[in-house]
Design a protein around this ligand. Structure first.
Ligand code: ATP
Ligand code: MG
Ligand code: MG
Length: 345
């Protein structure tokens, strides 16, 4: 097919559309907003609600291949439309309880956890897991939103209020050395490609910095890669999937996954032979996957969070800096305005 339909029109859609254009495809975006970061590079922008099943189906009928760049799209309207990845991946990843149970079923190890569907169950979960712990809404959390930390049992009421008294999971606090993620691509023929693990540093729950190599022990990497493979195979996944891990002395602890291209993979645009965006497009279009080999011994990606336009010249004063701006108007606090990648030789 020659038109790729992307559900969601943010920066991930923008970078997917750029990769698609390089391979000779045009991109149509479907999103609830009138415009967004993907608009400047998209061939067509269709405005519509994610849960408007008729509109989503009409969009799907107007494109040759359907994918998504936003993980909270309702699953039901997509079910008969054959998007890639299959919506079963969305269903698992949208619910932290389903996701953890799924990963445990494959031999993966999340933090100790318990379902907390009401206030009384929070006490039971705390008794089981102990403090410190983190209470997270089962659905719709991102950038550390929808979470509350509990230092001891006395924090239960406050934590329950903080997350808006919603269905949640309680997680034991993992004492990790560092955080890393794995990006894995799987083609329609089942071929698999993985990039090197990437070290991630967060500021206020938002990804701030990604560095490759991540400095993870080879045995930990092996275990994380085995789980990544098991996940994409169990889901018969097509496209790029991101998995976040905590690095501990006892090996990798699964945090969460995203059934899409991911911020911690932006370094691959210049830092790898083939980017996560290109391999996602290749996968969903039935093309062979490209090499995920490093393009430099060290790659650093910094997010421009809440940054302002007057900073761009300073960033570009470093001739090795690759600046990516997402076309967002104003640098509100916490807003991802762009990112900078640097290859270090
Ligand atoms: P994202 O934007 O990555 O989707 P999110 O809102 O889904 O974020 P998480 O990834 O679950 O949030 O958590 C955000 C950060 O909080 C993690 O990257 C990690 O630094 C910390 N964190 C989360 N869970 C735990 C845990 N069980 N133990 C220790 N730290 C944790
Ligand atoms: Mg998340
Ligand atoms: Mg996360």
């Amino acid at each position: 097919g020659s038109t790729i339909g992307v559900i969601g029109g943010g920066q991930l859609g923008r970078m997917l559309a750029i990769a698609a254009a390089n391979l000779g495809y045009r991109t149509a975006i479907y999103a609830p907003e009138a415009s967004g970061p993907a608009a400047e590079v998209a061939w067509r922008w269709i405005q519509g609600g994610y849960d408007d099943a008729a509109a989503v189906a009409a969009f799907a009928a107007s494109v040759d291949v359907l994918t998504y760049e936003f993980e909270n799209v309702p699953v039901a309207p997509l079910e008969a439309l054959n998007p890639m990845p299959h919506p079963r991946a969305l269903a698992v990843a949208q619910d932290r309880a389903a996701e953890k149970a799924f990963v445990e079923g494959l031999g993966g190890r999340p933090a100790p956890w318990a379902v907390v569907d009401d206030r009384a169950r929070l006490d039971a979960a705390l008794a089981k897991i102990g403090a410190p712990a983190i209470l997270k809404t089962r659905r719709f959390g991102y950038d550390g939103k929808g979470q509350a930390r509990l230092k001891n049992e006395g924090d239960a009421d406050a934590a329950w209020a903080t997350i808006g008294e919603q269905p949640a999971v309680l997680e034991g606090f993992v004492r990790f050395d560092r955080e890393f993620s794995l990006l894995i691509a799987r083609g329609q023929d089942g071929a698999i490609a993985m990039w090197d693990p990437v070290l991630n540093r967060h500021d206020d729950g938002i990804l701030a910095l990604s560095i490759v190599p991540a400095g993870i022990a080879p045995d930990t990497v092996k275990q994380a890669e085995a789980l990544a493979r098991a996940i994409v195979e169990a889901l018969d996944y097509v496209g790029v999937l991101a998995i976040e891990f905590f690095d501990t002395h006892e090996g990798p602890v699964f945090n969460e996954m995203a059934p899409r291209v991911h911020n911690s993979g932006h370094w691959t645009i210049e830092g790898a032979v083939t980017s996560q965006f290109e391999n996602h497009i290749r996968a969903i279009c039935g093309l062979p996957l490209g090499s995920t080999a490093l393009a430099a011994p060290r790659v650093e990606m910094r997010n421009l969070i809440g940054a302002q336009a007057d900073e761009w010249p300073t960033i570009l004063a470093d001739p090795a800096a690759h600046l990516h701006l997402y076309g967002k108007g104003q640098g509100r606090p916490g807003r991802k305005m762009g990112h900078v990648t640097k290859l270090v030789f």
